[in-house]
Design a protein around this ligand. Sequence first.
Ligand code: MN
Ligand code: MN
Length: 470
Amino acid sequence: MSEEKKEKTAAELLKEKLLIKNESGAKTLDRSEIEKADEFCIGYMNFLDNAKTEREAVDCAVTAAKARGFTKYDPSAVYVPGDRVYVNNRNKAVMFAVIGNTGTKNGVRLGIAHIDSPRLDLKPNPLYESSNLALFKTHYYGGIKKYQWPTVPLALHGVVALKDGKVIDVYVGDDENDPCFVVTDLLPHLAVDQMSKTMTKAFTGEDLNVLIGSRPFRRDNESESVKLNIMNLLYEKYGFTEADFVSAELTMVPAGKARHVGFDRSMIGAYGHDDKVCAYPAIMAAFDTKIPESTVITVLTDREEIGSDGATGMKSTYMADFIADLARADGMELRHVMAKSTCLSADVNAAFDPNYASAFESNNSSYINNGAVITKYTGSGGKYSTSDATAEFMAKIRRILDDNNVLWQTGELGKVDGGGGGTIAKFVANLNADVVDLGVPVLSMHAPFEIVSKIDVYETYRALLAFYND
Ligand code: MN
Ligand code: MN
């Protein structure tokens, strides 16, 4: 059958002019673009494997930045366009700046992602023995569905700070020959009671106790000899005692590496996409920015998952203090810089999931493979607790993305009144800057194994790069 070249009808022409095109994002990309996305994500998967906690993420990012010419910021030094500096806040948050031609005079360009992810933190006094098993008590961090965490292999990451000032790194469960840990669950045979409970009651915070050992120290009459044996192993390997747990940041994270997902390997499954999936594109965009017009600042922040309170979260003054230092060097005041500053709050959104379609409004959801998602506002109820980007700023971002052929989409976080959530956007907006959320759609967000599309990760990098260099 021969292909017939038809004239477009008047309706088709008008549709092209007036309506949003509904073709699937990935279909509009050519093979080479998709290959670039796959290539980019090799680096991202490596980052995921090495940056499960905020401390590890800061460590990875600073090491990579130093190799690309970033040096520690000195407030008394004089910097020129193209200089690259970083500020490390307590090894838990970090800022990377590339000095622009106009410095801070016309405001700064901010790209901010968070590097903390939901997990099970150990309590200050975590170690105990019960029925000849040794366990850790945990206090979950961030919004988790508790039932997802039992029977998942866990790894222990973190630090123990000793009174003499020494800080010991702990990292067990992610090397191939390491043991791992686990929260147990009740067998279905005996779960008649448990199964009749609602999800929030079937597993409570106090049930998230992690199994860490079962062999006694030796055959004698001492009580709690399994606990003693575990503490002895920890002491032999790391040199800390039970009293030192109180000055530790130890956390249980899902063990294992990031995986390709799907026969087509189009997606990545891993712990902690939220929000390393924006942190990695943000630092790569910073690294690939040579001499921007306005100074570009990429922030990897902490504590977003628990409301951004604390010295290393976005409610802290640490970012504004740094911008104030840069402003002073330009003879500017912070408030004048902030008023002209623009920010992409690089965070994830919920990807439309056909298994849970009723939670989403299909016209205003983000979809896997449709590119970076712009979220004009988050919050809940009648737009409570959100900054809501202005029309003018939305127009500016659209223009930047379209001029640079970035694949992008818009999305709300689920149905109105379906729940809600927030990002760091409002804390930056409250400093009197223009902010909008832009990031990667995620399936199974906050689960031990979250899913993203490789194309969306790459397009988020391209979006941030375009924004930085506009
Ligand atoms: Mn997030
Ligand atoms: Mn989150």
